[in-house]
Design a protein around this ligand. Structure first.
Ligand code: AMP
Length: 474
C-alpha cells in the first residue's frame, strides 16, 4: 500500500475566505465560529500580508483557540482563508488540519477543502511512484501536489489541470499572493456561497457565516464554477462540461445550520416542512411531540403544527457537549449521549409521546433516548424520523459509517423498532422528503439532489473507495 486512506472519507468541514480588508483574520475567525457545527475537531487560518503567508492551525474549537490577540497578531494581512475540520474515527492528527499550505514555484498556495475525493488512491499512488512526498494523510494534499506539478504557466490553469484529474466532492477556498479563489465540484455536492462585506468579497460554506460578519449574500457559487477574486474584481470560470447540479440532500436534512439560506429559504424552513410531511404521512394520536434536541427540533415543530399535537421540550440538551459523533469510539459515544441529553419528566410522565429526530444512523441516540423517556414514566414512546432510512454510507464528505454500522442497512423496520425499543418507528418517505425540498417529486432520471444515503445511487463513482477499504454491502 502506498498510502493509508482509511481516514480519508471521515471528514466534513467548513470553509471561509475574505479578500482585501483590515482585520481579515478576525473576520475569518468569526466566520469559522459560525461554521463550527461543520467541524469541531480543529480549525486553521492562513493569511497573506502582501509579502508573506502566515498560518495557525489548532486542534479544538475556534472560540478556544482563536479568541486572543496574540494568536490573531500572528495572522496579519488583508486576505485570509480558514477551515474547520470534523473527523470522527481516530485520525485527528494535527498535520491533517487545514488550510494546507505549500510554497510552489510560482508562489504560496493555501487550500481549504470541504468534501471528499473519490479517486484518492489511484492519484496518490501515481504521485508517490513519481516522487511526491506526502506530509499528511488528507486527500486535500493531492490537490496541492497536482497544482505543483502542472506544467501550465498560470496558477488558474494549473488549478484547472489539477481539478481535471480529481474526482469527488469538493468545495475549495484557495489563497495565493494575488487571488482568493473559490471552487465547487461539477455536481456542487458541498455548498459554497459568495458574499460581500463593505466591498470585500467573502466565500463561505454557508450564509450563516456571512450573517455573522455582517456581509451581504451575493449568490451561490455554481456547480463546476471557479470564482477568482483579485484587486480588479471577480471573474467566473466554468472549465467543466455543464451538468445538472446534485447538491447533497443531507446538508438540508442535518448538516447545515438552520439559519443558513439555501435556495431562497432557511434550512429551518425545509426541516420544518420535513416534519410536516412526516405528520401528513403518519396520522398518529398522542399527547405530546418531543424533539430530540437539537437535531430534531425544527422537524418536531413542523410535525406538531401539522398534527395539532402539542410540542413540548421533553428532552433537555446540554450545550457543553459537542455533537455525539465526535466521540471516537462506540463505548464513549454511548456515554456521550447520556452526557448530552436529560429528560424533562413533567412533559413525559404518563403521556403517549412522539419523539422526533432528523435521522437515525447507528441507532445509538434513538435507543438511549427512547429508554430514558420510558424510564421517566412515558406510557408509550413512538419515534418519527424526518428522512428515509439511511441504508448506504456517504463518501462525499459527511461522516456516516459503513454498511455494517448503519442500523437501516442491517435491519428491517420491525427489527429496528425492537432495537430502538420504541412502540412504533416511522420514517419519512423519499417522495415526502423531496416534497419538503419544494420538488413535486424526485426526478428518477436526473434526481435534483444526491440522495445516495437513502437510495444507494452515487452520482460519482465510489468503487475505488469500496474496493480499497473492502467495504461490502451485506
Ligand atoms: P445515531 O445515534 O448513530 O443513530 O446518530 C443519529 C444522530 O446523529 C441523530 O440525532 C442525528 O441528528 C445525528 N447525525 C446524523 N448524521 C450525522 C452525521 N453525519 N454526523 C453527526 N451526527 C449525525
Amino acid at each position: 500500500m502506498y498510502c493509508k486512506i482509511t481516514d480519508k472519507f471521515k471528514d466534513e468541514c467548513g470553509v471561509f475566505g475574505i479578500f482585501g480588508t483590515e482585520e481579515a483574520s478576525v473576520l475569518t475567525t468569526l466566520g469559522l465560529h459560525s461554521l463550527q457545527h461543520r467541524g469541531q475537531e480543529g480549525a486553521g487560518i492562513v493569511s497573506f500580508d502582501g509579502n508573506s503567508f502566515h498560518s495557525v492551525r489548532k486542534q479544538g474549537l475556534v472560540g478556544d483557540n482563536f479568541n486572543n490577540k496574540s494568536i490573531l497578531s500572528q495572522l496579519p494581512g488583508k486576505t485570509a482563508i480558514g477551515h474547520v475540520r470534523y473527523s470522527t474515527t481516530g485520525e485527528s492528527k494535527p498535520e491533517n488540519l487545514q488550510p494546507l499550505f505549500a510554497n510552489l514555484a510560482i508562489g504560496g498556495f493555501a487550500c481549504a477543502h470541504n468534501g471528499n475525493l473519490t479517486n484518492t488512491y489511484t492519484i496518490k499512488k501515481q504521485l508517490v511512484e513519481s516522487g511526491s512526498i506526502f506530509q499528511t494523510s488528507s486527500d486535500t494534499e493531492i490537490i496541492l501536489q497536482l497544482v505543483a506539478r502542472s506544467q501550465k504557466k498560470k496558477i488558474i490553469d494549473k488549478l484547472i489541470d489539477a481539478l481535471n484529474k480529481i474526482k469527488g466532492a469538493y468545495s475549495l477556498v484557495i489563497l495565493t499572493n494575488k487571488k482568493l479563489i473559490g471552487v465547487r465540484d461539477p455536481f456542487g455536492i458541498r455548498p459554497l456561497v459568495l458574499g460581500n462585506k463593505d466591498g470585500s468579497s467573502v466565500l463561505a460554506s454557508e450564509t450563516c457565516a456571512l450573517d455573522m460578519i455582517g456581509a451581504k449574500y451575493v449568490r451561490d457559487i455554481e456547480n463546476g464554477e471557479i470564482i477568482v477574486i483579485t484587486e480588479n474584481g471577480i471573474e467566473s470560470i466554468k472549465p467543466f462540461k455543464k451538468i445538472p447540479e446534485r447538491p447533497c440532500i443531507f446538508e438540508r436534512i442535518y448538516f447545515a445550520s438552520p439559519d443558513s439560506i439555501v435556495g431562497n429559504k432557511t434550512v429551518y424552513t425545509y426541516r420544518k416542512a420535513l416534519g410536516e410531511q412526516l405528520a401528513i404521512e403518519n396520522n398518529l394520536v398522542a399527547d405530546v411531540v418531543v424533539p430530540i434536541p437539537d437535531s430534531g427540533v425544527s422537524a418536531a415543530i413542523g410535525f406538531s403544527q401539522r398534527s395539532g399535537i402539542p410540542f413540548e421540550l421533553g428532552i433537555i440538551r446540554s450545550h457543553y457537549v459537542g455533537r455525539t459523533f465526535i466521540e471516537p469510539s462506540q463505548t464513549i459515544r454511548q456515554f456521550g449521549v447520556k452526557l448530552k441529553h436529560s429528560v424533562n419528566r413533567s412533559c413525559i410522565e404518563n403521556k403517549k409521546v412522539i419523539l422526533i429526530d432528523d435521522s437515525i444512523v447507528r441507532g445509538t441516540t434513538a435507543s438511549k433516548i427512547v429508554r430514558m423517556v420510558y424510564e421517566a414514566g412515558a406510557k408509550e414512546v413512538h419515534l418519527g424520523i424526518s428522512c428515509p432510512p439511511i441504508k448506504h454510507p456517504d463518501f462525499y464528505g459527511i461522516d456516516t459509517p459503513n454498511y455494517s454500522q448503519l442500523i437501516a442497512s442491517q435491519s428491517n423496520l420491525e427489527e429496528m423498532t425492537k432495537l430502538v425499543g420504541a412502540k412504533s418507528l416511522f420514517f419519512l418517505s423519499l417522495t415526502g422528503t423531496y416534497k419538503a425540498m419544494d420538488c413535486e417529486e424526485r426526478n428518477p432520471k436526473a434526481p435534483q439532489f444526491t440522495d445516495h444515503c437513502f437510495t444507494g445511487e452515487y452520482p460519482i463513482d465510489v468503487s475505488e473507495i469500496l474496493k480499497i477499504n473492502r467495504i461490502v454491502n451485506e
